[in-house]
Design a protein around this ligand. Structure first.
Ligand SMILES: [Zn+2]
Length: 297
């Protein structure tokens, strides 16, 4: 693995480079920023530059990296004043033939409960694990579109009830920031995974999702023999895809909300299954080239 890290001049960027240096499977770490690294680094190659798209593309070619870690640290205490949570979206990029992106997203935060210890094995961890593993597989493919791996923070409400605007902080922030930066137009679709760990997995098509994406994904599920998991009865979900849908990005939410352990102390390892992650992973991998094909028309 060869990794390019942006934002090396921040504590967060330097800390990521330090962690990457420790991984034996990471052959090369290249960091870029206008400022010097904030922490001592042993084998990271530092390039002092403003990481514009052109510069990044040149660096990717020159250093033959397969992974770009582009990180943002966003602290906005006004929206989370009750506990002053700090929220961090983590974004990875797998370069494709085209610069236009398809995002593969999950929330990676879990709900905070005072009353009991909450694990969040399905609600948070399952889709995070699935996206990490999908990234490992997808990076070895020749992808038509650039893949943006989106680990969103703050999906869960700070308060007990999931009530607007107290939810989906990370996705709302992403869309707003991308609009301001003029990069949202390059995002052609969003595939969101959430709560995919249930042992008794059943996934229903969400009416807030784009119909053509639902069709592709349900066809893939049928083709792979998962017709009993991806059932036809639809429902309506509010989740991290909504800010994207509202901004006009074709989106799909693959979610199993029929999970009795949801937001309880029992959302733990006993109630999730690796097989469920495999099912969802197989379907996403089967659907991915079809999604690319549809977007290329
Ligand atoms: Zn939740």
């Amino acid at each position: 693995m060869r990794v390019l890290v942006t934002g090396l001049g921040t504590f967060w960027g330097s800390r990521i480079a330090q962690a990457l240096e420790q991984l034996p499977e990471v052959e090369l770490v290249v960091g870029v920023d206008t400022r010097e690294p904030r922490l001592p680094l042993t084998r990271t190659e530092f390039v002092k530059a403003d990481p514009s798209y052109t510069i990044l593309r040149r660096m990717v070619r020159a250093t033959q990296v397969d992974t770009v870690l582009h990180t943002h640290l966003e602290v906005d205490s006004t929206r989370t004043s009750s506990r002053r949570l700090h929220e961090v979206n983590v974004i990875g990029t797998i370069p494709g033939k085209r610069p236009e992106r398809i995002a593969l997203a999950t929330h990676y935060d879990t709900k905070r409960f005072q009353e009991f210890k909450f694990v969040g094995a399905s609600d948070g961890a399952s889709s995070t694990a699935a996206v990490l593993e999908l990234a490992r597989v997808l990076k070895n493919r020749q992808n038509e579109f650039t893949i943006e791996l989106l680990f969103l923070d703050g999906e869960e409400a700070v308060n007990i009830e999931w009530r607007d605007p107290d939810n989906t902080y990370g996705s709302k922030y992403y869309v707003q920031a991308a609009k301001q930066a003029g990069t949202l137009a390059g995002l052609k679709a969003l595939v969101l995974l959430d709560m995919v760990g249930d042992r008794d997995l059943d996934i229903r098509p969400d009416s807030n999702s784009a119909r053509w994406l639902n069709t592709i994904v349900w066809n893939s599920a049928a083709r792979r023999g998962y017709g009993s998991t991806f059932v036809p009865e639809g429902f309506t979900v509010e989740d991290d895809h909504l800010p994207f849908v509202e901004a006009g990005v074709a989106s799909i939410d693959i979610i199993d909300l029929d999970y009795p352990q949801w937001h309880t102390a029992q959302d733990d390892l006993d109630h999730v299954s690796a097989r469920s992650l495999q099912t969802v992973g197989d379907v996403v991998l089967d659907a991915w080239p079809q999604i690319e094909g549809q977007l290329s028309r």
